[in-house]
Design a protein around this ligand. Structure first.
Ligand code: BGC
Length: 730
């Protein structure tokens, strides 16, 4: 018997594949425009209503199109702010503000003028009887059903759909269908490109040309860097029964590429089919799924979708901004979030594109050299926040650029991961080694010798835990710097790198100095109880955490995010599981989660040392970061890095993967409450699909793999040739 409950219009919603909401409440629009944002690494579109009501929160962004932000809009904060000190906020310092940038918010082409009878529909004036929005995660498309009663009392149903194409990254399309429900008044619907009224007031982007013809609109804008970008919108309107249907195809590109031809040639149905096929192929490549509670699964899948939507394709001039292309938080800057937290996701799911994220850093290396020199150091220092230029763009009142110095080693770490886990030595030879040598030079000049203790130290730093921004010898910073120096010393002995060393004048003596510094660089060890002190003196800080806040906690052991636990992914083998567990418990009690990186980081750390119930708990909470607006800032865009860390929790934590140059080692530990997890690993030119269920792990080598992959599951070794499936009891 057919299942009577399932018909096209009575299909139960599925939290694993959909995100939905039934409200048009203006107060929620900022957050909802993020939830329903779509992107393809080149274009990003916030999920605003097509009718562009006054309360809309539109955003339409083109990767890399940064323009200046007026310095007046960057607030000078109070001297009590945790990330500053009184000197830094003096008014005279204001005058030193450099020009900071953000992505230009372009005129929005997903906009319609709807007229019913004589009435121009304004969502602020009509009665909204229903408003349902759905994000279809498996197809990266958004649909909306809106039911309105207009000023003349007529009821009308409006169905729309949109996608930002993954098949043609210059293309986005929308369909808008208007069906009179209880009237026969004429319906007119015309798309337009907003005039730019929603531009950030500080961005200089002027409309150079505006063309309208039958079935076509086009706007050419001058970006602040002088480039012309054309937004071309081709459309058709037709009747189908009682419905008036508008199909719109929009192409956006450099004006010299004439996107108007592409927009006119595109056809909605074909573009939609190509897009859905591309999304399906990408998700198959990623191959990740979890069978957990509905809310965790929904958040995890939302995160995967956003990670895929944020990745630029074939363009090393840009990287993955902190919130992808979904919102204006942190001005689309690139942070360590990308190099340390997100990079492993891309590396193991899409190595060819992950490569560009390192090339992006390499392309900015000269700016990083100047940045190190500015503080009197050698080599290259990666700025804390940067966009297109490689210049430091952190607001100058924040004492972070000269203090959050782990980011340089984070980039070097990404280079090592890439070189170990792909079969592409060219990145190391052409770009990576130079980054590693120059960042090692930076640390070699940044350390200080403590003669009394007979060791090198790194003083006067800002912990990644930003509640302790004025500290010495942070354990994560020192360990990462030690890694960077040791790796540079090792690479200096690689005969293939002769030309690189000659280019930058790296001598054998300098390489030996790197090794010597790495050998004696102090990394705080666990104490007698196994607890790792985050930085010098941390144990002496107050444990009275009552009534503290971000502006009043640096005298305490409260942390924003737990730095010691960060060590356990890259350097887990140096810390026994019981030490990891002891630190997890110690820092869990002290962590305020002021950063969205904190909850997923704790999930990952818990999974890695077998605290599975705790891992599931933190996983759940961080999976809801945006959809439940946990940190009350989803309006500013999604928290991308957190989603990458959730994927890492599944792969490195529950899957227990340790990927090395020699093969893939798994120590699986699936939470009791979870059914099964799947993930794919791209390793040295091969792809493997991993399925972990209660009691079994199955690893399938793709038929197209060019070589045999060594795998170990709980120490049991197998060689998986192309097409082979390994079954393991776990
Ligand atoms: C965190 C940083 C992070 C930044 C962007 C801050 O709150 O402390 O570690 O890089 O947010 O996510």
């Amino acid at each position: 018997m057919p299942d009577q409950s399932v018909t096209p219009h009575v299909t139960p919603r599925d939290a694993r594949t959909q995100v939905w909401v039934e409200t048009a409440a203006p107060a929620l629009e900022g957050r909802l425009a993020t939830h329903y944002a779509l992107a393809n690494g080149y274009l990003g579109l916030r999920g605003t209503h097509e009718e562009m009501p006054d309360w809309a929160s539109p955003g339409f962004y083109l990767a890399g199109s940064y323009g200046p932000v007026r310095r007046e809009i960057i607030p000078i904060h109070s001297p009590d702010h945790i990330l500053t000190h009184p000197e830094r906020v003096k008014p005279e310092h204001h005058a030193e503000y450099r020009t900071l940038t953000t992505l230009v918010n372009l005129p929005n082409p997903v906009a319609v003028r709807l007229t019913i009878g004589e009435e121009r529909i304004d969502l602020g004036a009509v009665r909204i009887l229903a408003c349902e929005r759905l994000l279809h995660m498996a197809e990266a498309r958004v649909t909306r059903r809106l039911v309105i009663r207009d000023g003349a009392g007529r009821k009308t149903i409006i169905d729309s759909e949109r996608f930002v194409s993954w098949a043609d990254r210059t293309l986005l399309c929308f369909r808008y269908a208007v069906t009179p429900d209880d009237h026969d008044a004429p319906v007119a619907v015309v798309p337009y490109i907003t005039s730019g009224g929603h531009h950030h007031p500080s961005q200089r982007c002027h409309v150079r040309q505006n063309v309208s013809a039958e079935g076509f609109n086009q706007m050419t804008i001058s970006l602040p860097n002088g480039c012309g970008v054309t937004i071309a919108q081709a459309y058709t309107v037709r009747r189908e029964g009682r419905a008036t249907i508008l199909d719109v195809c929009i192409s956006v590109a450099d004006e010299r590429d004439h996107p108007e031809a592409a927009a006119k040639a595109a056809n909605y149905a074909d573009a939609r089919a190509a897009h859905v096929a591309a999304v399906t192929a990408a998700m198959r490549r990623v191959g990740a799924s979890i069978d957990a509670d509905g809310l965790s699964t929904q958040g995890f899948n939302f995160g995967l979708l956003h990670l895929e939507m944020a990745l630029p394709y074939d363009n090393p001039a840009v990287s993955v901004p902190i919130k992808g292309l979904t919102g204006e938080g942190y001005r689309f800057m690139v942070f360590w979030d990308t190099d340390f937290h997100i990079f492993p996701y891309y590396l193991l799911t899409n190595p060819a594109q992950a490569r560009n994220l390192i090339l992006y850093r390499y392309g900015q290396l000269d700016a990083y050299r100047r940045f190190a020199a500015r503080w009197g150091y050698n080599g290259a220092q990666v700025p804390w926040e940067t966009g297109a230029t490689g210049e430091e763009e952190t607001a100058p009142w924040l004492c972070l650029p000269e203090r959050e110095i782990h980011i340089s080693a984070d980039v070097a770490y990404a280079v090592k991961l890439y070189d170990d886990l792909t079969d592409d030595p060219s990145l190391l030879l052409d770009a990576g080694a130079e980054i590693v040598f120059e960042t090692a030079r930076f640390y070699a000049s940044r350390v200080t010798w403590n003669a009394a203790a007979g060791r090198y130290e790194i003083r006067d730093i800002g912990c990644p835990d930003q509640y302790h921004t004025f500290a010495d010898n942070n354990v994560f910073i020192n360990r990462m710097a030690k890694f960077n120096l040791a790796y540079a010393a090792e690479l200096a002995g690689d005969a293939r790198l002769h030309a690189v060393k000659a280019k930058i004048g790296l001598t054998a003596a300098e390489a030996a100095a790197f090794a010597a510094i790495a050998g004696t660089l102090y990394v705080i060890p666990p104490n007698a109880d196994g607890i790792i002190e985050e930085c010098d003196g941390f144990f002496n800080l107050s444990t009275d955490l009552r009534g503290i806040s971000e502006s009043f906690c640096s005298h305490t052991q409260a942390v924003k995010q737990p730095d010691a636990l960060l060590l356990f992914l890259p350097f887990g083998e140096e810390y026994p599981a019981e030490v990891q567990r002891a630190n997890w418990r110690f820092y869990a009690a002290r962590t305020l989660h002021g950063s969205s990186l904190s909850l997923p980081g704790m999930a990952l750390a818990a999974a890695g040392c077998g605290l599975l119930d705790e891992a599931v708990d933190y996983f759940q909470r961080s999976a809801r970061m945006d959809l439940d607006d946990v940190n009350l800032n989803a309006n500013l865009g999604v928290h991308l890095a957190g989603y990458a860390v959730l994927w890492e929790t599944v792969v490195f934590g529950f899957g227990g993967l340790r990927a090395t140059r020699d093969g893939l080692h798994f120590t699986p530990r699936l939470p009791r409450r979870w059914g099964e997890v799947n993930f794919a690993v791209h390793w040295r030119g091969c792809r493997l699909a991993v399925m972990l269920a209660q009691g079994t792990m199955t690893i399938s080598a793709d038929a197209g793999n060019a070589r045999t992959v060594p795998v170990w599951v709980n120490g049991e070794a197998r060689e998986l040739a192309a097409g082979m499936v390994g079954e393991f009891t776990v």
